[in-house]
Design a protein around this ligand. Structure first.
Ligand SMILES: Nc1ncnc2c1ncn2[C@@H]1O[C@H](COP(=O)(O)OP(=O)(O)OP(=O)(O)O)[C@@H](O)[C@H]1O
Length: 696
C-alpha cells in the first residue's frame, strides 16, 4: 500500500489499511490490541472512517503501549515516521514484504493528517466530549490519556499562585517561616544553599517540585520544609495541625523513605525548633504507597478516593515521583482537596515510569536553568535569606518555573566518588573511549569494570556474585568482604537460631533481608543471556555449585523473589522483594521445616511478614532484576550487566538510574564497550502535551 491509497478517494482503501495492520501485527510490529481498536472504531461508524484516520487510531494505541501519552503527528512527516514509531522494532527486525511506515506515509503531509483527523467528529473531538479520541494541536490522544493530562495540568495550575498568607514577607506567617528556616539552616550569607531556597520556594505555592540527583538532600529538605509549614500553621492557627501524608509509588520506595524519615525526625529534635517536640511530633513518621493512600479497589482502575470523596489531608508529599505514570498522577490530583498542598520529590534524570508518561521529567524540563523571576527572587531573599544569582534569573520564567527547586550538591557522592563521577558523566556529555578510561582502568576505588564477552560472562559473573570481587576495588579502608555478594545473605540464612520462637526467627529473617539488600545484579533486558532470565540462571547455578543453595528451580531455601503484580489480599505490592527461608513450622502430622517467604513489612512490629509460597501468584526469581524494576531502591553494591548489542531500552536514563542505585560500590560487566558508550548518547523521549499545558 502507498500514500496514494491513504489520502486519495478510491475503492478498497480501508481494506488496504486493514491489510497493512494485519501485516504489521503478523510481523510483530504492532500489538493485536492496536489493530483491534482501529477495527472496533471502524465498525462503530459503519465503515465510514477515512483510511488515514483508521491508521492513526492503531498508531496512537501503539505509541501509548510504548510509554508515550499521545501520537505526535508532526513526527510522522518528512521521513521521520520509522524513528518516531520505532518501526520496525529492533527485536522483530525487517520482514520481507512488510512496508515500513516511512514508505507508506511518504506522501502524506501534515495537512492530509489534519483533514483526515477532523473528518469524523463523532470519533475524534478537539476537547471535552465523549469521542474516543481527541486531537489537540498536532497531538492525537486516546481520550483517557487526554483527560489525565488535563486533570494534572488543572491541578497544578490552580496551585501556582503564591499562598496569600505568605505573600507579605513582613506578615506573621512569612516571619514564622523565616524564623524556622533560620533555625534549621546555618548557611553562610555569601553562599547559596539550594536546600534552604527549596524550602522557601516550596512553601510559597501549593504545588512544588524538589528535584535533585542521589544524595542531594531531597528527604532532608522536605522534612525541614514540613517542619517550617507546621510552624507557619502554628503561627496562624495556634497549633501545628496540618494533616500531612507521605507516599511513594512502590512498597520498596515507601519503606526506604520511612527508614530515612525516622532518623531525620530525631535530628530535628536536637535543633531546638520554635514549636519544640510538639512540632516534631506533628510530622509524619510513616510512608504509604500511593495505591494504599488512594484506596485501591481490586479489579478496577478506580480508587476509593476521588473528587467526590477527596483525601483527608492538607499536605501530600510524593517521593520517587519519576516513577509515577500519567494515570496515577491524574488519580492523585483528582483525589486532592482543592486547598491541599502537594510536593513532588524525585530525580528528574531517572528513567520515566513503566507505564505511559514522564510526568516529573516533563514538569522539570526547565529545572536546570531555574528561570526565577525578580518577584520570586525578592521574596526568597526576604524570607529565606537566599538570593539566587543573575544566572538563575529570567523575567520570562513561567509560573511553574517559580515552583521548581533543583538541589545541585550531592552530600553522598563527594569529589572522591567514582559512582558520583560516572553518573555525572553519563548524565552530562555522555561517555567516549577517552572519558570512559578512568572508570575502565581502575582509577576510581569504588568502581570495578569487568570486560567480558559472550563466552566469559558466565564464569566472571559466577565468581563475582559470590563475594562481589572485593580485590577489584581499590578502597584501602574497607575490609576484604565489604564489596559483598550473595554469599553473605545465604550464610546468614544457614545460621538460623536454634530457638524457634517467632520473635527470634523474625529478627533472623530481618537480618537475612537486610543482607540481601546489600548487593544486586541489574540489567537492561528481560530475555536472553544478558537479560534477567539468562542471568538468573547463571547466578543460581553458581550459588548451587558453591553449595549455598540446594536447587535452582521451583521453591527452595534462599530463593529471592520479586513481586510482579500488586496483591491487595496479601498486602504485597509490585516491586516488593522477599527471601524464601526454611522455618520449623511444620504441621503436627508432618513436623519439620517448611518454606515461607519473608518480606520486609512496615506494618509489623518486627519489620517482617511471612507468606506461604503457594499463595504467591505473581513472583519471579530476583538474583538479577531490570533497572526499571530497581527504581526506588538502593544497594550498597550494584552490579550492572550491559547487553552485548544495542537495544532501544538501553539509554542514558537507564544507565544513570542503574549507576545511582549503588551507594558504595558499583561494578559493570561490559561485553562490548561501544554498546555502552553509544547508549550514553541515547535519550528517552516520551511524547506528551503536559509541558505546553503547564508552561503556557
Ligand atoms: N546540607 C547538608 N549537609 C550535609 N549533609 C547533608 C545535607 N543534606 C543532606 N545531607 C546528608 O546527605 C545524605 C543524603 O541526604 P538525603 O537522604 O536527604 O538525600 P536524598 O536526595 O533524599 O537521597 P536519595 O537519593 O536517597 O533520595 C544524608 O546522609 C543526609 O544526612
Amino acid at each position: 500500500m502507498d500514500s496514494e491509497a491513504l489520502v486519495r478517494p478510491g475503492v478498497g482503501r480501508v481494506e488496504s489499511v486493514q491489510a497493512l495492520l494485519d501485516a504489521w501485527v503478523g510481523a510483530g510490529w504492532l500489538r493485536a490490541l492496536d489493530r483491534s481498536l482501529a477495527c472496533f472504531l471502524l465498525d462503530e461508524v459503519d465503515g465510514e472512517l477515512p483510511p488515514l484516520t483508521m491508521l492513526a487510531v492503531a498508531l496512537v494505541s501503539h505509541q501509548v503501549g510504548r510509554g508515550h501519552v499521545c501520537l505526535d503527528l508532526s513526527g510522522l512527516v518528512a521521513g521521520r515516521a520509522d524513528d518516531v514509531l520505532a518501526l520496525p522494532p529492533e527485536a522483530a527486525g525487517v520482514s520481507d514484504g512488510v512496508p515500513a511506515p516511512s514508505s507508506v506515509l511518504a506522501g502524506v503531509s501534515e495537512a492530509d493528517w489534519q483533514a483526515a483527523l477532523t473528518a469524523v467528529p463523532s470519533v475524534i473531538g478537539t476537547g471535552e466530549g465523549r469521542t474516543p479520541l481527541v486531537l489537540a494541536a498536532n497531538r492525537l490522544y486516546l481520550r483517557r490519556y487526554w483527560q489525565y493530562e488535563q486533570t494534572i495540568a488543572a491541578g497544578i495550575r490552580s496551585r501556582l499562585t503564591p499562598v496569600e498568607d505568605l505573600a507579605d514577607p513582613e506578615g506573621a506567617a512569612a516571619r514564622a517561616l523565616a524564623a524556622t528556616l533560620g533555625t534549621l539552616f546555618h548557611t553562610p550569607t555569601d553562599s547559596l544553599d539550594w536546600q534552604r531556597l527549596a524550602c522557601g520556594l516550596a512553601a510559597r505555592t501549593l504545588f512544588s517540585i524538589i528535584t535533585g540527583g542521589p544524595g542531594t538532600g531531597k528527604t532532608t529538605t522536605v522534612l525541614r520544609l514540613l517542619a517550617a509549614l507546621q510552624s507557619v500553621e502554628q503561627a496562624t492557627t495556634g497549633a501545628p495541625g496540618l494533616r500531612i501524608r507521605l507516599a511513594a509509588p512502590t512498597g520498596k520506595a515507601a519503606a526506604r523513605l520511612g527508614d530515612s524519615i525516622v532518623g531525620k525526625r530525631d535530628e530535628l529534635r536536637e535543633v531546638g525548633l520554635p514549636g519544640g517536640d510538639a512540632l516534631v511530633d506533628s510530622l509524619p513518621d510513616r510512608v504509604t504507597t500511593l495505591h494504599r493512600l488512594l484506596g485501591s479497589r481490586p479489579g478496577t482502575r478506580q480508587f476509593r478516593h476521588n473528587r467526590d470523596h477527596p483525601l483527608p489531608l492538607d499536605v501530600l508529599v510524593i517521593d520517587e515521583a519519576s516513577m509515577v505514570d500519567v494515570e496515577m498522577m491524574a488519580c492523585v490530583f483528582d483525589a486532592l482537596p482543592p486547598s491541599a498542598r502537594i510536593i513532588l520529590l524525585g530525580d528528574k534524570d531517572q528513567l520515566a515510569s513503566v507505564d505511559a508518561g514522564a510526568v516529573l521529567g516533563d514538569l522539570c524540563r526547565r529545572a536546570d536553568g531555574a528561570h526565577y523571576r525578580a518577584d520570586t527572587a525578592h521574596w526568597l531573599a526576604a524570607v529565606t535569606g537566599q538570593a539566587p544569582g543573575d544566572e538563575w534569573l529570567d523575567q520570562q520564567g513561567t509560573e511553574l518555573d517559580q515552583a521548581v527547586a533543583m538541589l545541585r550538591v550531592s552530600h553522598r557522592f563527594g569529589a572522591d566518588s567514582g559512582i558520583g563521577a560516572l553518573s555525572q558523566a553519563v548524565n552530562g556529555a555522555g561517555l567516549d573511549r577517552g572519558t570512559a578510561a578512568p572508570f575502565r582502568d581502575g582509577r576510581w576505588p569504588d568502581i570495578a569494570w569487568h570486560p567480558v564477552n559472550a563466552s566469559s560472562i558466565g564464569a566472571t559473573l559466577s565468581r563475582h556474585v559470590l563475594d562481589g570481587s572485593p580485590s577489584l576495588f581499590g578502597r584501602p579502608d574497607t575490609p576484604s568482604d565489604a564489596a559483598g555478594g550473595y554469599r553473605s545473605y545465604l550464610m546468614r540464612m544457614a545460621e538460623r537460631p536454634s530457638a524457634g520462637d517467632r520473635e527470634t526467627l523474625d529478627a533472623w529473617a530481618a537480618n537475612v533481608l537486610s543482607d540481601f539488600d546489600r548487593f544486586q545484579v541489574l540489567c537492561a533486558l528481560r530475555g536472553g543471556r544478558f537479560g534477567v532470565e539468562g542471568l538468573n540462571e547463571t547466578i543460581a547455578g553458581a550459588l548451587q555449585r558453591a553449595g549455598l543453595i540446594e536447587r535452582t528451580h521451583g521453591w527452595y531455601a534462599g530463593r529471592p523473589v520479586l513481586v510482579t503484580r500488586n496483591d491487595y489480599n496479601l498486602g504485597l505490592m509490585n516491586g516488593d522483594i522477599g527471601v524464601t527461608l526454611p522455618v520449623p513450622w511444620g504441621r503436627p502430622d508432618s513436623p519439620g521445616d517448611v518454606l515461607r517467604v519473608a518480606f520486609p513489612s512496615g506494618d509489623s512490629p518486627t519489620g517482617v511478614r511471612w507468606v506461604s509460597p503457594s499463595r504467591l501468584q505473581s513472583v519471579e526469581t530476583v538474583y538479577a532484576m531490570t533497572v526499571h524494576k530497581s527504581q526506588g531502591s538502593e544497594f550498597h553494591h550494584t552490579c550492572l550487566v550491559v547487553p552485548d548489542r544495542r537495544n532501544p531500552v538501553l539509554t542514558r536514563e537507564l544507565l544513570y538510574t542503574g549507576i545511582t542505585r549503588a551507594s558504595r560500590w558499583f561494578s559493570l560487566m561490559v561485553p562490548d564497550e561501544r554498546v555502552l558508550l553509544e547508549a550514553t548518547g541515547e535519550r528517552v523521549m516520551r511524547t506528551s502535551g503536559l509541558p505546553s499545558l503547564v508552561h503556557d
